[in-house]
Design a binder for this molecule. Structure first.
Ligand code: FAD
Length: 610
């Protein structure tokens, strides 16, 4: 049995080593921890995303109200701006601040993770000596032609050439290899392991160039491993749609906005087969954030849930091709390079694709912009009254030590729901509104495969998997740029992307489902995920072409307990994001909008509000 490289990294063992720190003296005091020259988090595998340890301090602050963090090292560092959170919003806030006030302004970005970028996370898999680049979260620049001038100017300034994706993304790839949307039914839930050449929903169609289902509705319903009654019901759903509703045209929109998708399935189409209902529940995935039983007919239709006709997901001007090999981490890296030119060579974002960033450059004394990783902010407080104070003190934990820096202004670009726990003195109404901001849990698992012959044999571009933890398996996007070549032939090593939108108990309110799913996600160990992925891929792919121990080289499970922003009820998001003295609030949460462009716009607003 071949050795799986990520075994060494199980549950963060290597992460701890990777983040080993060297003491650094600054201004005569042990100020912080510097990173070891070998530090390169994108190459880590195992449990990634919000990796073990990253949220511990924030959780003990928010859940247990911890306030005693031991002695504080008060650093002699004073900044024009401190940014809390090093995701796309935080990095953009630093960018906009310098644009407005000058490149010499002193800025510190603090983030609790071992890497910058937040959700925009780069995953590298080295498979038999070949490095495959992939993404652990924020995937693609969505609909850039709908971006504001502010975002387009930022992208251009940091060297992102949107036109370049028109040739970098190989739109003919899926057709050449006959790869389409299929469905894998697993034995545990559906009684047999079976791949049917039909996705039964619109989910796969956002992948530009992917082929549709290769079966008619009749064939697809017949081949689904559900009861005979279930097959009839499934066919009714596939042939269904709004025309089956007995509602006058003038009232239709209002009707579908206010009536439940599951009621429509059960009452209008007579669906009661548990297999069909399960397929329906898991057909919206991250378009829906929750199981589709929580959706109206209109929402289910717009996210292409089971039974709604395949439709273009994006308009013709905005195909889903604006994808760096490392997803929006490519944008995050270009922002970091703009702020701290010494991290890598290269003149534009494309030239950074293959660059191994030098993380020791991130936090050098004397440079104008600094990024301090592994640093959880646990208190942000004005030096006096928020109305006329000239300073803000920011306390953070790095390597279990508490430090304090001083700033003239602070942008909170972190998860908005943590803000009331760490910003002292917020007005009660604002604090209450911030506590209501929601996020759905999400998991993007990347699997390094030695070859993809089995995927090719079954024609899998995207495999919907309604019985499994990961409800969709995707071939990586066919993007070559900056000297990087995607896996062109089935004999090449490649990365599979496994997407999991975890839900809670059917029927429970969405927020409760998120909470339940989040705790379940965090309670699992790497071995649990590995077992599930082994069962999934081994059940789906033919034995003669796929052997898990032989063919899987590495696994990165990117868990985002705080994933897509879902905002809060009523007016709470707007109330929550109000400026407070010298502190303003950014992050995609403050729109709310689970989108990179929005994260940037929120940064722009927060900087202007200072
Ligand atoms: C799996 C996944 C896929 C996505 N795909 C897409 C996509 O394809 N396209 C798209 O446009 N958007 C996508 N998104 C949405 C994504 O949220 C945005 O694109 C964007 O990355 C959000 O950036 P942000 O800076 O607002 O938030 P984040 O990326 O969450 O950054 C906030 C940072 O602040 C840190 N932080 C929180 N609390 C503290 C603290 N107390 N101290 C220090 N640091 C703290 C967080 O840990 C995090 O690193 C995706 C999101 C997820 C989870």
């Amino acid at each position: 049995m071949s050795e799986i490289t990520r075994r060494d990294f199980i549950n963060g063992t290597l992460m701890a080593a990777g983040s080993s720190m060297l003491p650094l003296e600054a201004s005569g005091q042990a100020a912080m921890a510097a990173l070891d020259p070998s530090y390169y988090p994108p190459a880590l595998t195992g449990l990634r995303g919000s990796h073990p340890g990253s949220n511990d301090h924030a959780h003990s602050r928010a859940w247990d109200g911890r306030s005693d963090w031991g002695p504080t090292s008060r650093l002699s560092e004073t900044y024009d701006l401190v940014v809390v959170g090093g995701g796309l919003s935080g990095l953009s806030a630093a960018y906009f601040y310098r644009q407005k006030h000058g490149r010499d302004k002193k800025i510190l970005i603090l983030d609790n993770h071992d890497d910058f970028g937040g959700h925009a996370k780069r995953n590298e898999h080295t498979i038999d000596g070949i490095t495959r680049i992939s993404y652990g979260g924020s995937q693609t620049i969505v609909e850039p032609k709908h971006a504001t001038e502010i975002v387009l100017d930022l992208l251009q300034d940091i060297g992102v050439d949107l036109g370049r994706f028109e040739t970098a993304y190989d739109t003919g790839f899926f057709k050449r290899h006959n790869l389409g949307g299929v469905t894998y039914f697993n034995k545990e839930v559906f009684g047999e392991d079976k791949v049917v050449q039909h996705p039964y929903c619109n989910y796969p169609n956002y992948v530009e160039g992917i082929l549709g289902g290769k079966l008619s509705h009749e064939e697809a319903a017949q081949q689904a491993p559900v009861s005979d009654r279930g097959k009839e019901q499934l066919l009714r759903v596939l042939n269904g749609g709004l025309h089956t509703l007995d509602v006058p045209e003038a009232e239709l929109q209002d009707y579908i906005n206010t009536h439940s998708y599951f009621d429509y399935l059960k009452n209008n189409l007579g669906v009661d087969d548990p297999g069909v209902l399960r397929m329906a529940r898991h057909s919206g995935l991250d378009w829906a954030s929750s199981g589709t039983e929580m959706l109206s007919i209109a929402a289910a239709r717009s996210c292409g849930a089971l039974g709604f006709e395949p439709a273009a997901v994006y308009d013709e001007d905005n195909p889903y091709i604006h994808h760096f090999p490392d997803g929006n981490a490519g944008v995050a890296r270009a922002l970091v390079k703009n702020l701290i030119p010494g991290v890598a060579g290269g003149d534009n974002a494309e030239e950074l694709v293959m660059a191994r960033f030098d993380y020791t450059e991130l936090d050098k004394p004397g440079q104008a912009a600094r990024i301090r990783l592994n640093s959880t902010v646990i208190n942000v407080e004005h030096g006096g009254s928020p109305v006329n104070s000239s300073d803000v003190f920011v306390n953070y934990i790095n390597d279990n030590q508490q430090y304090q820096v001083k700033a003239k202004a602070v942008v909170m670009a972190c998860y908005n729901m943590i803000i009331p726990h760490i910003v002292s003195g917020l007005p009660e109404e604002q604090a209450a509104a911030l506590k209501l901001q929601g996020k759905s849990p999400l998991q993007y698992t990347t699997v390094g495969l030695r070859n993809w012959r089995a995927m090719k044999e079954l024609g899998i571009g995207v495999a919907m998997s309604p019985g499994n933890m990961h409800q969709a398996v995707l071939m990586d996007f066919p993007v070559s740029m900056g000297g990087y070549q995607y896996a062109r032939t089935p004999d090449d090593p490649c990365v599979l992307q496994l997407i999991c939108c975890p839900y809670g108990e059917v029927g429970a309110p969405t927020a409760d489902q998120f909470r339940e799913a989040r705790y379940r996600m965090l309670s699992l160990q790497f071995d649990d995920y590995e077992r599930e992925i082994r069962r999934h891929l081994s059940g789906m792919l033919p034995d003669e072409l796929f052997d898990f121990d032989r063919d899987v080289a590495s696994i990165s499970v990117n868990r985002w307990a705080h994933g897509y922003t879902t905002g809060g009820p009523g007016d709470s998001t707007r109330v929550g994001r109000q400026p407070f003295g010298r502190i303003t609030i950014a992050n995609a949460d403050s729109a709310p909008g689970a989108d990179a462009k929005t994260a940037m716009m929120m940064a722009h607003r927060a900087v202007n509000e200072l």
